[in-house]
Design a protein. Sequence first.
Length: 276
Amino acid sequence: MTNRDMSVTEPRLSEQILNEQRMADGRSSSKCEQICQTLRRYIGSGQLVAGQQLPAERALSERFATTRITIKEALSSLEADGLIYRAERRGWFVAPPRLTYDPAIHTHFHQWIGEQQRTAETRVLAHGSELASSELCRWMGLDPFTPLYEIRRLRLIDGRPVLHVSHHLLASRFPDIASAPLASSLTELYQQRYGIGQGGASMEITPSAARGAIARALNLAEGSAVLRLVRVNYDERGGLVDCDIEHWRPDAIRICLDTRALQPLAGKLQQTRRAD
């Protein structure tokens, strides 16, 4: 489908906006709320579909007979709800449904995305040796100056950049990692090349802001809100493996934790401890 096909025809949208405004005239809602209600109806009814670009802010302000400040407020509200997203220097688009992410379920990125009938892509941005930073020492429980190997990657879903991730590997466990296919699943790479299986993990989730290379990679304006996930991974015996620092577009995922998935693992751990 071309951009022309995805665009909203001027007369049809203008007429619908007028009708929506007439419906809202008898209400006490603010102009911003009326705009949100109108756009929510378009998206909910399928008149605006995932990936479709909205008219420019100037055009929307003319059609809704309001200021661009009010339009920006309405669009930001819809963005916070995950209904639309902004691509830097390109405009606003209808967001696809959020992905469901359960931290208790261990699976690699491409498998997880495929299970939700979406298309995943991974691009390697950079990789090389580093010394553990102060933050990494704290998260990973390392001594200062510990050698690590960093792999920075961009993850796309249906062609849209949604995740910037930096993997910080314990260098002593991964000799010659630079020659490995780093765009593939690291989980599978660890197992097949180094015999390191997947065990438990600890996770820290905080709101953050996209800066510099992260903002550019995700097509976000400098300082835009992102969701930061820091995950420290361990092998089956509890040995340290690596630390992943993920920056997600907040409109891309919703986090749902089902602790029932952890109960069988807890039972196995208790049995292992008894056996030891």
